[in-house]
Design a protein around this ligand. Structure first.
Ligand code: PIR
Ligand code: CA
Length: 311
């Protein structure tokens, strides 16, 4: 049986690839796409999600817009990486796939409450604002979801401050709620996603696949590479978000370790840090897991398969 997921995202170059992988792979049943302010404003990332949906002919999955700012922080976009549109670097179709007339938080709650218990997996690839709001608005969802597999954080690596990754840094209070909710949660952090680099062989393969979406993805990755070089001095850009979906398709893509994780809120220099405790024997009631390694070949093969199917 295909795994039912809700992708809560902020497209975003890598979010777009996560969306394509989730839509195309037969092991995943994408039941909703929800958007949240992060990489760009809510208006922009929602338009981008609808443009990607239009590009790949995804008309059968509801798209709903969520929170337009973090719980406590001011909005903080990543235009130095994703550009002014949030997904600069290629021409995307006009967003023809409609937006649902429901708030993302309500769609998340409705979807979970109207599905059999433990059948819906949440896959957040942006700030955790919508997910925290949903857990507070309807606490019953915490026991009903199957699990949460999110892109965010890092135990040794960071990218936005000296200690924090962007998705967590943007809304640390929401992250605190989500990491402590009590549901099974897997953190796919930078320690893993910084290994998912779009190297020249990856771009070559996308060119070989030679469909409209695969060429657009190649153009997006080329832009991403330039921005990552200028802002973080990476030779090749890390494609973070689809690692979550790839792990759900094939758990052997990523090794995980069970460990307590919490979010730093008040550190003078470390606000938004994901603090992972690897030092102790893990208590039996621990429900948090952290990704520690990536099988790159398996990961990229899943992305290529998806791009072949979409074309
Ligand atoms: C990537 C992101 C934000 C900022 C930078 N510098 C790089 C976005 C990606 O979409 C991903 O979800 C996460 N946030 C990685 O930090
Ligand atoms: Ca993202």
């Amino acid at each position: 049986m295909a795994k039912k997921i809700i992708l809560d995202c902020d497209p975003g170059h890598d979010d777009a690839i996560a969306l394509m992988l989730a839509y195309a792979n037969p092991e995943i049943d994408l039941v909703a796409v929800t958007t949240v302010a992060g990489n760009q404003t809510l208006t922009k990332v929602t338009n981008n999600a609808r443009s990607i949906a239009t590009l790949i002919g995804m008309k059968d999955v509801p798209i709903a817009a969520g929170c337009d700012r973090p719980l406590v922080n001011e909005i903080n976009v990543a235009d130095e990486i994703h550009g002014d549109s949030g997904i600069d670097g290629t021409e995307l179709p006009k967003p023809e796939v409609p937006l649902q007339d429901i708030h993302a938080v309500d769609l998340i709650i409705e979807t979970i409450m109207n599905s059999p218990e433990k059948t819906i997996t949440l896959v957040p690839t942006g700030a955790l604002t919508n997910i925290a709001m949903a857990a507070r608005r309807e606490p019953k969802i915490v026991d009903r979801v199957k699990e949460v597999v999110l892109m965010g954080g890092g135990y040794l690596e960071s990218n936005y401050s000296a200690a924090a990754e962007f998705n967590i840094f943007v809304d640390p209070e929401a992250a605190r709620v989500v990491f402590n909710a009590g549901w099974k949660l897997t953190m796919v952090g930078l320690d893993v996603t910084h290994k998912a680099l779009a190297t020249p062989d990856v771009l070559e393969e996308m060119e070989k696949i030679n469909t409209v979406p695969s060429i657009k993805v190649k153009e997006l990755m080329t832009f991403f590479q330039k921005m990552y070089k200028e802002s973080q001095d990476f030779d090749y850009p890390p494609v973070h978000d689809p690692v979550t979906v790839a792990y759900l398709i094939d758990p052997s893509v990523m090794e995980v370790v069970k460990a307590p994780i919490d979010i730093e809120l008040h550190g003078e220099l470390t606000r938004g840090m994901t603090v992972v405790d690897f030092n102790h024997i893990v208590a039996s009631d621990c429900v948090t897991y952290v990704g520690v390694s990536l099988d790159k070949q398996k990961f990229w093969d899943l992305v290529y398969d998806a791009l072949r199917k979409i074309g």
